[in-house]
Structures are given as structure tokens and as C-alpha cells.
Write a protein that binds this ligand. Sequence first.
Ligand SMILES: [Cu+2]
Length: 113
Amino acid sequence: MKKIHSAALIVSLIAALGSPIGAMAQANGQAVAIKAAEPADLSDGEVKKIDKDAGKITLKHGDIKNLDMPGMTMVFGVKDKSLLDTVKAGDKVKFKATSESGKLFVTEIHGGK
Ligand SMILES: [Cu+2]
């Protein structure tokens, strides 16, 4: 009788691991992870033009809070030209821009192609 009881306990433990409560905890963990990976310094943009040879991208962008810049269309440089392989003209993207020695660079771009 005792043996059967502990077997039932193990089965219910396994069931609990696969239960909706377990899935919910996992989903919550993911939501937190997504928030952490998307900091406030990402800005909205639309790709207008890409010049891979020159390492430049033209973006129509919304407010760039970390650069204190209002929305406009302008050209940014990229340090890593392979970044330009991830987007095409017309893509709506989220990007991160930084200012270095008076020049503006896109360092991250998400949601392209
Ligand atoms: Cu601008």
C-alpha cells in the first residue's frame, strides 16, 4: 500500500512540472527577459536607403531619447557593415544609435527583413 502511494506521489509531481503553473512561470520569465533585452534607448525607424559600400544607412526615425533628437530622416554610419545585411529599404525597425566624436552610428538594428 505504501509503495503504491509513493508511486502516485511521483506521478503527481511529474504532472505538476508539466502543469499550466509551470508554463506560466516560464512565460513570466520570458516576458521579463524580453523587457530587459529591449532597453529604452531603442528608437523606432524606417529604413529608407542602404549604402553598404559606404557603410551608411538612411533612416526615417522617431525620437531618439538617448541622443535628445526629434524625429527626422537622416544618414547614420555603421561600424559593422554586416549590420546592413539584416535590413532592406522599407523595413520598420527598432535601432540603437550612439554619438561618437560628433558622428552618429547605428550600433544595433532589430526587426528587419
Ligand atoms: Cu536624426
